[in-house]
Design a protein around this ligand. Structure first.
Ligand SMILES: [Zn+2]
Length: 267
């Protein structure tokens, strides 16, 4: 039997013609410390076919580990502080101590739109003119959306490869993120025993109904609950009720590439 997903790009949902073929790891390489593929004691997510262009388009994937590190850092109380500009209170500045993020290179700072003021003197960046034309940013939100999009894409890849055996023609995904996760958090009991993909990278999947899947994705310090609804069914109110003390985000799109454009909205 041929694999019906073999020629459909799971990121855009369109057939792959010769010459544009690329393989995408179901679990992003950027999350893994170990070398894929198989290793004793670990699960291996394998690869899915994509257009080379779609694979390359998902650039935020490169930053997923950094996004998770940044979220963990910002969830803590050390090394960052919010300031209001003394004479121009409409300017809020989040100051980050770069020594607490030693793995952040200049391109990571650029990706998260940090302004590097280490070689600037105080007079220069305390002048409101310094901020004119600089992008406004919210690093917690930006890092969260990168992490949620990349983990949702990976969970979708695992569902397609292991459960659905086809690429859905529309996506509705609910995401409920938590910080502060550790290896002690396990869903083996309610969701079924699974192996880690790497130290700190663990995914549990469970079918809830004909068209609904629940995925718990633990990636380092992040725990992300995902509900995939593969039908035209608004489950937002119900999910908000279940997770009433948490943030609930929704993504709807015709393909996973829409995670890069329409993205998430908080319910
Ligand atoms: Zn594609």
């Amino acid at each position: 039997m041929t694999d019906p997903t073999a020629v459909i790009c799971y990121l855009c949902g369109l057939p792959i013609k010769d010459g544009s073929f690329s393989d995408d790891h179901a679990v992003p390489v950027a999350l893994m410390a170990r070398t894929q593929p198989k290793a004793k004691g670990f699960d291996y997510g394998g690869k899915l076919p994509t257009h080379a262009e779609c694979n390359n388009r998902f650039g935020p994937e490169t930053y997923v580990a950094k996004a998770i590190d940044l979220l963990e850092f910002l969830a803590g109380t050390e090394g960052h502080h919010d300031y209001q500009h003394r004479t121009h209170p409409h300017i809020t500045i989040k100051a980050l101590d770069s020594s607490k993020l030693p793995k952040f290179a200049r391109r990571d700072m650029a990706f998260f739109k940090f302004l590097d003021v280490r070689d600037k003197d105080y007079a220069e960046f305390s002048d409101p003119e310094f901020f004119v034309g600089k992008p406004k940013t919210n690093p917690t939100r930006d890092a969260l959306y990168v992490a949620m999009s990349v983990l949702a894409k990976s969970a979708a890849a695992l569902l397609i490869k292991r459960d659905l055996h086809a690429v859905p023609s529309a996506w509705r995904i609910y995401a409920v993120p938590y910080s502060g996760a550790t290896d002690a958090i396990s869903f083996d009991e309610p969701l079924g025993l699974t192996k880690s993909f790497d130290t700190g990278i663990h995914v549990w999947r469970k079918q809830l109904g004909d068209t609904e899947w629940f995925v718990a994705f633990r990636a380092k310090s992040i725990l992300l609950y995902l509900v995939f609804v593969l039908a035209d069914k608004d489950m937002g109110p119900m999910i908000r009720q279940i997770f009433n003390d948490s943030q609930v985000h929704e993504f709807t799109g015709s393909c996973l590439n829409d995670l890069l454009t329409t993205g998430w909205r908080q319910l």
